[in-house]
Design a protein around this ligand. Structure first.
Ligand SMILES: Cc1ncc(COP(=O)(O)O)c(C=O)c1O
Length: 507
């Protein structure tokens, strides 16, 4: 009787130990399993890069849906080969190939090999960057990269920062600090404990009408409401018009509202335009407002001796967003928020006995969780570490120079062709233009350019983006690949013309 009960209990609790082969640990069987699986996966990725020749397959969601529906999670693949075949059929053969020269649509850069080597380590060792006791040396490596970036931007001796999941999070944290800094310092009110004071309804954040939508999103999340965001018109070269800014601040102040922050964009999403940082920094000081610079895109300029000057004035910033995954050839995610005064990051600090008790601060343990709204956080900094150590800043800077050079050449090609209308000269590497050989206007011209973008995407031969400026549709090139040449651009312009002419002959 006793033996029978014991056996049935064992049946309940003792699993087949061969199933534990999937857990990566010190045992030979498990290590060999890891090694074989990873080798096959690397071969798979290698074949992917070798065989992918155009940026997109042109697949439509309806044709993939049935394949996805057929996957049954209750019957696992029998081996990695079978799984990789499945992943290829649903995903990788249709993945947008950011690395190919004719992908020039959005702010996605090709990635460099050192960073991919780091990825292998990051997931396998799986450090979490919240506390020293979960990451140890990783914490110091992240801190050193943050210090290096702050130095490049001349943010000063008290600067600090932290890696984040992306520009959206960095902008959110920056505006959280702007909000709480004002509340704590000027209203002497504890926002952490008491929530928002009544005055918060009158807070205003000024940014250009071309700033990224994450600024509005942040203000809405922070309880200030979208109405707190005052969008200032752009003037020359799509940069914030500082005269208008001054007028709008004065107007808001005269109505009893409070300018808590000015947000400059160093590299707007559509135009790559850089707001006048020096002037804006000075104005922020004059009005006692927090100065945030969203350099999610423009941060790559710090790498180039030839173009670094375009960021002059960034040193005035109280906070800066940098997206290494846009302009440092890093894979998603790799981003940071930097601050001029490390104490302002404490606005995000909470202590938990299980994680980062107050006593640990006295013992001198650096806990990065004290600086961010995240808790568990990937060691994304290792990717940048690999890149800086195996390539160094100068090679990255050459890539940036090459991209900006190609963007200028592209503008020249478009500008001299009477069939195209160029909207902006690139300040970094983004251009807006439209195809208009028939001198059409309004809806007809919009329809033509919308058709071109979609048809080009369906063909998969090249990927370009589109956007609207004053309700007019423009095609958009975002150049982030140093391998893209003017020959590639000429081919894409030819494809655009062919599609445009086909549309015209049918309409
Ligand atoms: C200027 C700017 N800021 C912020 C963001 C948001 O960055 P992320 O997509 O990394 O959240 C973007 C994204 O394109 C951007 O262009």
């Amino acid at each position: 009787m006793y033996t029978k009960v014991r056996k049935s209990l064992e049946g309940l609790f003792v699993r087949n130990s061969s199933n534990q082969i999937h857990i990566i640990n010190h045992q030979d069987s498990n290590i060999n399993h890891y090694n074989r699986t990873l080798q096959k996966t690397i071969d798979f990725v290698t074949a992917h890069f070798r065989n992918t020749t155009q940026p997109f397959s042109g697949v439509r969601p309806d044709s993939l849906q049935s394949v996805v529906n057929a996957v049954d999670f209750s019957t696992p693949s029998s081996n990695i080969d079978e799984l990789l075949a499945e992943v290829k059929s649903i995903y990788s053969q249709h993945a947008i190939a950011f690395h190919l020269p004719k992908y020039i649509a959005h702010l996605n850069c090709p990635v460099v090999t050192p960073t991919l080597a780091a990825e292998v380590i990051i997931s396998a060792l799986n450090s979490s960057m919240d506390t020293w006791d979960q990451s140890a040396g990783g914490t110091l490596m992240e801190m050193k990269l943050i210090d290096w970036t702050c130095d490049q931007l001349h943010l000063g001796a008290t600067a600090d920062g932290v890696f984040t999941s992306g520009g959206t999070q960095s902008n959110l944290m920056a505006l959280l600090m702007a909000r709480d800094h004002y509340i704590n310092r000027t209203l002497l009110y504890n926002v952490k404990m008491q929530g928002l004071p009544d005055e918060a309804k009158r807070f205003r954040v000024f940014c250009s009408e071309k700033s990224h939508f994450s600024i509005k999103k942040a203000c809405s999340i922070l309880g200030l409401g979208e109405h707190a965001v005052v969008c200032v018109p752009v003037g020359n070269r799509f940069k914030m018009n500082t005269k208008e800014l001054k007028r709008m601040i004065e107007k808001e102040v005269s109505q009893g509202n409070i300018p808590i922050a000015i947000v400059a964009t160093a590299g707007t999403t559509d135009f790559g335009s850089i707001d006048p940082l020096i002037e804006l920094g000075e104005m922020a000081q004059q009005y006692g407002a927090w100065f945030h610079v969203d350099a999610a895109y423009g941060c790559g300029l710090m790498l180039s001796d030839n173009h670094r000057y375009k960021l002059n004035g960034i040193e005035y910033a109280n906070s800066v967003t940098v997206d290494y995954h846009k302009s440092f050839f890093q894979p998603v995610s790799s981003s940071a928020l930097l601050v001029k005064d490390r104490d302002t990051l404490r606005l995000m600090c909470y202590h938990a006995d299980y994680l980062n008790p107050v006593e640990q601060e006295k013992d001198g343990y650096p806990n990065q969780v004290n600086k961010t709204i995240q808790t568990t956080r990937r060691f994304d900094a290792l990717k940048l570490w690999f890149t800086m150590r195996l390539m160094g800043k100068d090679i990255l800077g050459e890539y940036i120079d090459q991209i900006i050079f190609t963007a200028k050449q592209t503008a020249h090609l478009i500008d001299k062709d009477p069939d195209f209308e160029l909207l902006n000269q690139p300040e970094i590497s983004t251009l807006l233009f439209r195809y208009n050989p028939y001198k059409a206007e309004g809806a007809a011209l919009n329809a033509l350019n919308q058709f071109i973008r979609k048809k080009l995407m369906d063909s998969g031969k090249a990927l370009v983006a589109s956007t609207k400026v004053n309700n007019e549709v423009y095609l958009k090139f975002t150049l982030l690949n140093p391998v893209t040449t003017t020959k590639d651009i000429s081919t894409i312009l030819e494809l655009i013309k062919n599609i445009g002419n086909e549309y015209a002959s049918n309409n």
